[in-house]
Design a protein around this ligand. Structure first.
Ligand SMILES: [Zn+2]
Ligand SMILES: [Zn+2]
Length: 270
């Protein structure tokens, strides 16, 4: 639980009192509303300047019950088979958010990580509010996991932003983080299928890691979590566009852990 605060304060000391996002000097504490309840991510967001905080296009009211979009949504109406329960996004993906994600993801400004994760916390809290917590203690979700990067991207970039944010979320909300998915190289068989078959069949871009190996851990406590029924998984990604990535990932998870429930938290909804 500690550690994150020290890292945060370390970065802030290095930035010398300027806003970590825009680099401008901060004039006193920001007063913009922050739709996050947990003290740790709230404190992180308070480090941004007033101007940056006011620029965040929070999604505070969902219209689509499936993906949490703030307006009616054709993608969800058209989807024939949904493998996840529902998703929530923290912010709309506008030009300012594109710039922020670009700074973090492509320019490698890792110091932005806790602030991106703190924004994502807003979506996580809305998911938690919609969940009954388990009678026998513990949070509403048994495991937190993330959408894996395509092969090669990890080498290029050095980190998976979805995983990094998921680890902060798991730590803040007292849940266990596990890598549970991997990318599968496209076999090319897709091209032999008709359009409808392609849409009906999940593309198979993702596969589940086995519970007892491949990074998921062999410890007895880990095994106990996988035996939970229904296993509730919180799946984290940065951007939600049509939802097909979420759906494919949930399909792979449900193949490995039948009956599991997959809920998505997205940093931004495009
Ligand atoms: Zn700023
Ligand atoms: Zn939707």
């Amino acid at each position: 639980m500690t550690g994150w605060l020290e890292r945060l304060h370390g970065w802030l000391a290095a930035s010398g009192g300027s806003c970590p996002m825009c680099g401008r000097d901060k004039r006193g504490p920001a007063s913009a509303p922050i739709p996050v309840r947990h003290a740790a991510p709230r404190e992180a967001l308070r480090e941004l300047c007033e101007g940056c905080l006011r620029r965040i296009p929070w999604i505070v009211r969902s219209v689509c019950p499936v993906c949490g979009r703030p307006e009616r949504c054709g993608d969800c109406l058209r989807r024939r088979r949904r493998h996840f329960e529902h998703c929530r996004g923290a912010v709309r993906y506008d030009d300012a958010m594109k710039e922020w994600l670009g700074l973090y993801k492509y320019r490698g400004l890792e110091k932005l990580e806790p602030f991106m994760a703190a924004m994502l916390a807003s979506a996580v809290e809305r998911l938690l509010e919609s969940q009954p917590s388990r009678a026998a203690g513990g949070g509403a979700f048994d495991l937190v996991t993330s959408v894996p990067l395509a092969e090669g991207r990890l080498e290029d970039r050095g980190f998976n932003q979805a995983e990094r944010m998921a680890v902060w979320i798991a730590r803040w909300y007292g849940m266990a983080y596990r890598p549970m998915l991997r990318r599968v190289r496209n076999s090319g068989k897709q091209s032999l299928m008709g359009r409808r078959d392609r849409m009906e069949n999940m593309k198979g871009n993702f596969a589940a890691l086995h519970a007892a190996g491949e990074g998921a851990g062999r410890r007895p406590d880990a095994e106990a979590i996988f035996a939970t029924r229904p296993l509730r998984i919180l799946l984290i990604d940065d951007i939600y566009t049509t939802g097909s990535t979420m759906n494919e990932c949930a399909f792979a998870l449900r193949g490995q852990w039948p009956g599991c429930e997959v809920y998505g938290a997205l940093w931004a909804r495009s």
